[in-house]
Design a protein around this ligand. Structure first.
Ligand SMILES: *Cc1c(COP(=O)(O)O)cnc(C)c1O
Length: 434
């Protein structure tokens, strides 16, 4: 919380050491706080809506481990389930009852899902789903949207949003031109552009992959009719429609974005929340497509730690908690209170601002808006965002260190946490020059 002098000596020391040990001092780029021109705090522990850094500063936090900790950090029920599972062993490389149980829960939650394959990350999920779509259609091209991030597989590091945009890399060296050549991109929310691309390559596009609500360029909401239009076009051209719900799955509703918007994709990618804070991913969908996956079919995909018993245990408990009556209503109400509050305060203090929100996922962009695609998002005042981020951190509020990320609410947050956050925002925004 508010300490008289914000002090991060230990974090500074650890970050200096880390930079000698790991590239950039981190194991995932956005953690380095580069895009806000500062340094990360090193975390000691987390509980509920709070995290503590190694210098003893406490923060109300809205990163939620980048999504997974929707039931709150170190949720007592999840911890108890893990403690109960741990003595039985951490990994078997053989099937378990837990995988059946978790698969059934995913199938029951998402109408478009009839079968599921668990993997160990979201990256693996999207990479495998695209291989499956290519195997199923016998086609090679894929279509994605500018600003959407689907993990770091070669073919997907094209116009890939937050991490990549934040670092100012258009894509990445090391990705073969031949691989990128099979990836087509369109602006998000531009159905006409998509229709043009299908006209140009009517029988070559294996899959269209999309974040149904974008999180990785900041939160961007699909315009009315956009997702429906994609469903119609992909059906018309025999293209597999993949919803990458690694972020939105079990966040925007128990059935994800697809239940919220009433669209059924052919394949769905999951991750983050379904692992309850342990490494996990999944791809899932219609039986006739999923039965192509080995060993039922010829498309090869495997994983030593896939369906890991601890990840399944944490995931099952997390979904059980989310399924209880009132969970999503609470998330909705708390998120509206914070997102609306932030937008109002930004406007009252004279800043150009645009607030995008769906359920427990939102972004305050420092631009007049509207923000309907990645180009719009890039029009934000990044210098102002960096000042805002730093000011909030110093006042005990931990936000994602990039304008191109979404904020997440958890069930552990309270109205008092949100009011404290809004109060900090008012102080910070009042002090930032317009
Ligand atoms: C986080 C994310 C991924 C990648 O998941 P990892 O577990 O980090 O590999 C893929 N797609 C979306 C939409 C994501 O938000």
């Amino acid at each position: 919380m508010v300490t008289s002098v914000f002090q991060t000596t230990q974090s500074h020391q650890l970050f200096a050491e880390a930079q000698n040990l790991m590239p950039g001092g981190v194991n995932s780029p956005v953690r380095a706080f580069k895009s806000v021109g500062s340094e990360p705090v090193f975390i000691e522990r987390a509980e509920g809506a709070y995290i503590w850094d190694v210098d003893g500063n406490r923060y109300i936090e809205y990163i939620n481990t980048w999504g997974p900790s929707i039931v709150g950090h170190a949720n007592p029920e999840v911890i108890a389930a893990l403690q109960e599972a741990l003595p039985r062993g951490t990994s078997f490389g053989a099937p378990t009852r837990l995988e059946n149980q978790m698969a059934q829960m995913v199938i029951d939650a998402i109408p478009a899902v009839e079968m599921v394959r668990f993997v160990s990350s979201g990256t693996e999920a999207t990479m495998s789903a695209l291989r499956l779509a290519r195997a199923y259609t016998g086609r090679e091209m894929i279509l994605k949207f500018q600003g959407c991030y689907h993990g770091h597989a070669d073919m997907l590091l094209v116009q890939a949003g937050s991490g990549v945009a934040t670092l100012g890399l258009p894509d990445s060296p090391g990705v073969p031109k031949s691989t990128a050549a099979n990836t087509l991109t369109a602006p998000y929310n531009d159905l006409e552009a998509v229709a043009e691309i299908f006209k140009k390559y009517p029988d070559q596009i294996a899959a269209l992959i999309i974040e149904p609500v974008v999180g990785n360029a900041g939160c961007i909401v699909p315009n009315a009719g956009f997702l429906e239009g994609l469903r119609t076009l992909t059906e018309q051209y025999g293209t597999v429609l993949i919803f990458d719900e690694v972020m939105t799955g079990f966040r925007l509703s128990y059935g994800g974005a697809q239940a919220r918007f009433g669209i059924e994709p052919d394949l769905t990618c999951l991750g983050k929340i379904i692992g309850g804070g342990l490494p996990v991913g999944a791809y899932a969908g219609r039986r006739k497509i999923m039965e192509m996956v080995a060993p039922a079919g010829p498309m090869y995909q495997a994983g030593t730690l896939s369906g890991n018993p601890l990840a399944m245990t944490a995931g099952i408990k997390t979904l059980e908690i989310l399924k209880r009556p009132g969970a999503y209503e609470k998330l909705e109400q708390l998120s509206a209170r914070l997102a609306d509050g932030l937008l109002n305060i930004a406007k009252e203090t004279g800043h150009a601002a645009c607030g995008n929100r769906v359920g427990a996922m939102f972004t305050l962009f420092f631009t007049d808006g509207p923000v309907n695609n990645f180009e719009d998002a890039k029009g934000s005042d990044l210098g102002k965002f960096a000042k805002f981020h730093r000011g909030m951190l110093e006042r005990g509020i931990y936000l994602a260190p990039s304008q191109f990320e979404a904020a997440f609410m958890s069930l552990a947050h309270t109205e008092a946490d949100i009011d404290a956050t809004l109060q900090a925002a008012r102080t910070v925004l009042s002090a930032i020059p317009r």
